[in-house]
Design a protein around this ligand. Structure first.
Ligand code: ADP
Length: 614
C-alpha cells in the first residue's frame, strides 16, 4: 500500500539532505544504533514479558555490501525486536516525538543554523537518505510470522508490502547514490564502525568477498570490540583492566595515576569513567590542546573533540561520558546549552574534585599529583565559581617556613593566635622571592609567608580576597604590614618625617609616595605597590597583553632605623643626598624586578659616590 509521509517528515527529509551533508557518514552510526536498540528491547522483553519467553535470542548486527552492474548497495541487518506493518508506518513515516511541529517551524532554511537545530532533534533513520536513492526495510516482529517490506525514495512517500524474512529482526538495504558509493567498501565500513560504534554492546559482523589463491570466498568477521567497557560493573573489573582500557583510549604508554568510575541512575541515567594520567600532557598549556573526554550516547560514540564536556581547567582529565538521555545527533552548539549535558558535567566535576580531596589526604601522593596538575587547578579558582571553595582547599603553595607544599588550611592551623591575615609574596622565582627584603619583617615576627612563584598566582590569588575569615595579603603592598606594627614601630615611622620630605623632593614624580616603614630590618628601602594599585607583575602582564591602563607609580618605603637612612637625615651635602636617594631607589626597583630607565645617570651617580667613598 502507498503512503504519504507526514508533512513534518517531508520537511525534515528535505532539510537533512541539504544541511547535514558535511556529516553524511553518520548515517551508519544511526542505523547501527537503531539496530542495537532493537536488540536491547528484545533482550529486555525476553526477560520481563512472558509473551517473548520462547523467542530465540542471538543479538547481532550484520553488515554487507555489493557492487554488481555498477549498482552499489549496503545492508544492515539485526536480530532485534523487528517491526510489523503498523510499526513501520508509524515509526518510518511520522515523527512521534512531541514538539516536532514547533521544531520544524523554527528551521530557517539556512543550512548552517539548521544543521545545529537538527542535531538537537536527532535525525536517526532518515539520515540514510543523504547517501541512498532508495531504501528498503524488511522487518519481522518477534513473536509473529509475517514479514513486511517498506520501500521509499525519500521524496514521494513510501510503500509497504508483505515480504519474507526467516526470523525476527530488521534488514535495511540502502541503494547507494553518488554520495554514498564510497561506503560499499570494506575499509570504509570498518573504519566507521571503529570510530563510532566500537563499543556497541552486541557484535557487529562484516561480510565481504575475498580472493585467495585466485578463488573467491565469502568472509565474515567481527569488526567492533563489542564491549562498552565502562558499562561493566566495577566489581568485575580489576585495576589491570582499567589500565589497559586507559591506554587504548588515550594512546598513553603509561598506566594512569588513578580512575573514577561512576554510574548514575534516577532522574539522569549516565555512566562516566575518568582517568587522571601520571604525567601532564605536552599540550596542557597550549590553546589548541586536545580535549580528553569523549561523549557517547547510549554507547554510541558522538564526539571526542568537544572541549565543553569538561571545564577548561580540568582539561587533563581523560575518559568517557555515556548518557542515556541525550539525542544521538546532538551538535556542539546544542551541547553547550543542553540541560542534561550541563547537569552531567557539573556532577562529574564535583565527583572528580571530591576524588582529588580524598587523594589530598595522602600528602606524598598528592604532591606527585599536584606537581603535574597544580597549575591548571589554580586556573579553576577563577573559572569555576561553583566549586571555588573546594578548589581553595585543593591548591597548594610553597612557604617560607616549610619544605614542600602547604595548603591554606595547614597555614591557618599553624599560624600565630593573634594573626588576622594570610600573607603571601608574588612576582619572581622561588629563589628571588625567598630573598626579598620584604620578608625580613615577617621572619622577625615569626610569621609564615606563602611563596607564590607561579605566574598564574598573580592573577588568581588577589581575586580570592579571603580564605575563610582570613584576608589574603600580598606583602608587597603598602598597607599589608600595618596590622602587625607595634606602638614603638609606629613612633619610629613618625620620626622620619623630615627625611621623607627630602626624599620626596629628590624623587619627584618617579614615585607615588614616600613612606617610612618598620617592616624592613636589614635593608634600607624597598618599593611596593599602593594598596589600591595592581602589583608590578600584574602591570607588566597587562602591558604585555597590550592592556596597560596608564603608568602606575610605586610607593618608596624607607627603613627609619637603617644606618644609611639615619645618615641621610643628618647629611648637609646636597649632592651626596641626591645621589644616595637615586641609587637607593634604583636598587629597590631592581630587587622588585624593575628595569633601570636611565642607565647613564645611574652610572654617573654611582661613580660620584664611589669616588667619594674612596
Ligand atoms: P529514533 O531512533 O531517534 O527514535 P529513528 O528515525 O532512527 O529515530 O527511528 C524511528 C523508530 O523506528 C525507532 O524509534 C524505532 O522504533 C524504529 N526503528 C528504527 N530502526 C529499527 C530497527 N532496526 N529495528 C526495530 N525498530 C526500528
Amino acid at each position: 500500500m502507498k503512503h504519504q509521509f507526514q508533512t513534518e517528515v517531508d520537511k525534515l527529509l528535505h532539510l537533512i539532505i541539504h544541511s547535514l551533508y558535511s556529516h553524511k557518514e553518520i548515517f551508519l552510526r544511526e542505523l547501527v544504533s537503531n539496530a542495537s536498540d532493537a536488540i536491547d528491547k528484545l533482550k529486555y522483553l525476553k526477560f520481563t514479558d512472558d509473551a517473548y519467553k520462547n523467542v530465540d535470542f542471538d543479538g547481532r548486527i550484520d553488515i554487507s555490501f555489493s557492487d554488481s552492474d555498477g549498482k552499489k548497495t549496503l545492508t544492515v541487518s539485526d536480530s532485534g525486536i523487528g517491526m510489523d506493518e503498523i510499526d513501520l508506518t508509524e515509526n518510518l513515516g511520522t515523527i512521534a516525538r512531541s514538539g516536532t511541529k514547533n521544531f520544524i517551524e523554527k528551521l530557517t532554511g539556512d543550512a548552517k543554523k539548521d544543521s545545529n537545530l537538527i542535531g538537537q532533534f536527532g535525525v536517526g533513520f532518515y539520515s540514510s537518505f543523504m547517501i541512498a536513492d532508495e531504501i528498503e526495510v524488511i522487518s519481522r516482529k518477534a513473536g509473529t510470522d509475517k514479514a513486511y517490506k517498506w520501500v521509499s525514495d525519500g521524496k514521494t512517500g513510501f510503500e509497504i508490502t508483505e515480504d519474507e524474512r526467516s526470523s525476527h529482526g530488521t534488514t535495511i538495504i540502502l541503494k547507494l547514490n553518488e554520495n554514498g558509493s564510497e561506503y560499499a567498501n570494506r575499509w570504509q565500513i570498518e573504519q566507521l564502525i571503529k570510530k563510532y560504534s566500537n563499543h556497541i554492546a552486541c557484535p557487529i559482523y562484516l561480510t565481504y568477498e575475498s580472493e585467495k589463491d585466485g578463488k573467491k570466498e565469502t568472509v565474515t568477521t567481527q569488526i567492533n570490540s563489542a564491549s562498552a567497557f565502562w558499562k561493566r560493573s566495577k566489581s568485575e573489573l580489576k585495576d589491570e583492566d582499567y589500565n589497559e582500557f586507559y591506554k587504548s583510549l588515550s594512546g598513553d604508554f603509561e598506566d594512569p595515576m588513578f580512575h573514577i568510575h561512576t554510574r548514575a541512575e534516577g532522574t539522569l541515567d549516565y555512566t562516566t569513567l575518568f582517568f587522571i594520567p601520571k604525567k601532564a600532557p605536552f599540550d596542557l598549556f597550549r590553546s589548541d590542546y586536545a580535549a580528553g573526554v569523549k561523549l557517547y550516547v547510549k554507547r554510541v560514540f558522538i564526539t571526542d573533540d568537544e572541549k565543553e564536556l569538561m571545564p577548561v581547567y580540568l582539561r587533563f582529565v581523560k575518559g568517557i561520558i555515556d548518557s542515556e538521555d541525550l539525542p544521538l545527533n546532538v551538535s556542539r552548539e546544542i551541547l553547550q546549552q543542553n540541560k542534561v549535558m550541563s547537569k552531567i558535567r557539573s556532577n562529574s566535576v564535583k565527583k572528580i574534585l571530591s576524588e582529588f580531596e580524598t587523594l589530598s589526604k595522602n600528602k606524598e601522593k598528592y604532591a606527585d599529583f599536584y606537581k603535574e596538575f597544580g597549575k591548571p587547578l589554580k586556573e579553576g579558582l577563577y573559572q569555576d565559581f561553583e566549586n571555588r571553595e573546594t578548589l581553595t582547599e585543593l591548591v597548594r603553595f610553597k612557604s617560607t617556613k616549610r619544605e614542600g607544599f602547604v595548603s591554606f588550611a595547614e597555614y591557618v592551623s599553624s599560624m600565630n593566635s593573634d594573626q588576622k591575615s594570610i600573607y603571601y609574596i608574588t612576582g619572581g622565582t622561588e629563589e628571588n622571592l625567598k630573598n626579598s627584603p620584604l620578608l625580613e619583617y615577617y621572619r622577625k615576627k615569626d610569621i609564615e609567608v606563602l611563596i607564590m612563584d607561579d605566574e598564574i598566582d598573580e592573577i588568581v590569588i588577589p581575586s580570592l580576597f579571603k580564605y575563610k575569615d582570613f584576608d589574603l595579603k600580598a606583602v608587597n603592598r603598602t598597607d599589608s604590614a600595618d596590622e602587625l606594627k607595634t606602638e614603638d614601630e609606629k613612633k619610629s615611622e613618625e620620626s622620619a618625617k623630615d627625611v621623607i620630605e627630602k626624599i620626596k623632593k629628590i624623587l619627584g614624580d618617579k614615585v607615588k609616595d614616600v613612606k617610612a616603614s618598620s617592616r624592613l630590618s636589614d635593608s634600607p628601602c624597598c618599593v611596593v605597590a599602593d594598596s589600591t594599585d595592581p602589583s608590578f607583575q600584574m602591570q607588566a602582564m597587562l602591558k604585555a597583553m597590550g592592556q596597560s591602563g596608564g603608568e602606575v607609580k610605586p610607593v618608596f618605603e624607607i627603613n627609619p632605623n637603617h644606618a644609611i637612612i639615619k645618615k641621610l637625615e643628618s647629611t648637609s651635602d646636597e649632592t651626596v643626598l641626591e645621589n644616595t636617594v637615586n641609587l637607593l631607589f634604583v636598587q629597590a626597583m631592581m630587587l622588585e624586578g624593575g628595569k633601570i630607565d636611565n642607565t647613564a645617570s645611574f652610572a654617573k651617580a654611582m661613580n660620584a659616590m664611589l669616588e667619594k667613598a674612596l
